[in-house]
Design a protein around this ligand. Structure first.
Ligand code: MN
Length: 251
């Protein structure tokens, strides 16, 4: 085999869930996602591919079966019924189609040990898929919480990271300053997940599967920082490295 072809074939393919972007007019929605997710995956050595939502299980499965890893991105709130709660007055927008698609993909990924990186809504979605719960609104449900809904601030608050975790090894640090664009967070951590990072107010900012395949979630947005921040790019590098060992033939 030619060397270029070998290198090309060895790039892990990483699915990023596309969200539905509503536009004015009659042309329907756009299946899309913020470019920093695919840019950060590509910078770390992966080949990103977007997964449209409105497909249904056979097509999702056909795409999923060809993936080496999957990334669950930020987005709207997860419907509280999915973790056994009624809506809080400060619940934001929800999207049942998005919830169904991402929960389906997340349950497959959890069952298979598909390498997974989950960001913002993604960490919440993965926690719900694995049996955990969420705070529906941090500022009204957690006394003394910092401001976590800080749009456009590259440095919003400190995050403390547990030594010895995948997240710690990927970032190479026990603490870092992150952006923060969320009004919800994990309440009860799913049974199989471990807390890896917290903000100084105790809000959970990271979880991972402690022993199994790569499953790392963070509450902040490393994809916005990674293009100019070697430390945050390290998280994508660790993810892509884990995806290089995926055996797609077993699916
Ligand atoms: Mn935060």
């Amino acid at each position: 085999m030619h060397n270029d072809q070998l290198t090309f074939n060895q790039l892990p393919v990483i699915g990023i869930v596309a969200h539905r972007i509503q536009r004015d007019g009659n042309a329907g929605h756009i299946d899309g996602q913020y470019g920093d997710y695919s840019r950060s995956v590509a910078l770390a050595g992966g080949a990103p591919i977007l997964i449209p939502l409105a497909l249904g299980e056979p097509a999702w499965r056909a795409i999923y079966a060809r993936l080496d890893g999957i990334l669950f991105p930020g987005g709207v709130d997860v419907a509280p019924a999915l973790y056994g709660e009624t809506p809080h007055p400060r619940l934001g927008r929800v999207d049942d189609v998005l919830d169904e698609a991402e929960l389906t993909l997340a349950r497959w990924a959890l069952a298979d040990g598909m390498p997974t990186l989950a960001i913002c809504r993604g960490i919440q979605l993965i926690n719900v898929a694995a049996g955990g719960t969420l705070y529906q609104d941090i500022s009204s449900q957690i006394d003394g919480a910092l401001l976590h809904a800080c749009s456009d601030q590259p440095a919003a608050h400190l995050v403390r990271i547990e030594a010895g975790t995948r997240l710690y090894n990927a970032l190479g640090a026990a603490e870092c300053v992150t952006n923060s664009r969320h009004h919800q967070s994990i309440k009860q951590v799913a049974p199989d997940l471990a807390i890896t990072a917290r903000a100084p107010d105790g809000v959970i900012e990271g979880v991972e599967h402690p022993t199994g395949p790569f499953l790392v979630g963070v509450q902040w947005h490393p994809e916005n920082l990674a293009p100019n921040d070697e430390q945050m790019l390290g998280l994508f590098r660790a993810f892509v490295e884990a995806c290089q060992h995926t055996d797609t033939a077993s699916r």
